[in-house]
Design a protein around this ligand. Structure first.
Ligand SMILES: [Fe+2]
Length: 187
């Protein structure tokens, strides 16, 4: 007997299970087919109740739970409690995400120099909205800053993203950028 190409969390309901298997089985094995998986991911969602059956909030933390996993991708539910991610990239991995519950704020950044970045755009995503980040895009995600709250997001990473492989960045403000360019001019 062949092992299942996709392992699915036992609390996922049969209908959602069928949807995941139906849409994602063609892309379960490596090599990773990023574009097709991102396209298939658009049709997949889980309800808030289902997400809550597979995971939980932890005070002040971002907690990840595996909803489905295959050789080429992982589908994660992330529970955000009053926090944002660090500013990060996605190494080689392509990430699509959608908001399952609560509001989420995404800020995208561009590199100034090395690991120093500056924001280029911020947007607020509501339950049901989705977005895609390619490997090189740099962003911060989480509960909108300055607000207390909880949110749940569903993420697909293809190929599977090693958490240690994510690049982490530091934000510089305009004054910091000017200071750095002055330093460069005088170097
Ligand atoms: Fe990300």
């Amino acid at each position: 007997m062949h092992p299942d190409p996709i392992k699915i969390h036992p609390s996922v309901k049969p209908g959602t299970r069928e949807l995941i298997l139906g849409r994602l089985t063609p892309y379960a094995a490596l090599p990773a087919k990023r574009d097709e998986v991102a396209e298939a991911f658009k049709r997949i969602t889980i309800s808030e109740a289902e997400a809550r059956a597979c995971g939980h909030f932890s005070p002040g933390e971002r907690t990840r739970f595996e909803i489905a996993k295959a050789e080429a991708f992982v589908l994660l539910a992330i529970f955000w409690d009053n926090m944002q991610s660090p500013i990060h990239d996605h190494d080689e991995s392509d990430c699509g995400f959608k908001v399952i519950a609560g509001d989420v704020e995404e800020t995208r950044f561009k590199v100034v120099e090395g690991e120093l970045v500056t924001p280029v755009a911020t947007r607020r995503l509501k339950s049901g909205e989705s977005a895609r980040s390619t490997g090189e895009s740099i962003h911060r995600l989480g509960v909108p800053r300055g607000e207390a709250g909880q949110s749940i997001t569903l993420h697909l990473y293809c190929p599977i993203l090693g958490y240690d492989a994510m690049g982490i960045y530091r934000e510089v403000d305009e004054a910091g950028m000017k200071a750095r360019s002055r330093q460069r001019d005088h170097a």
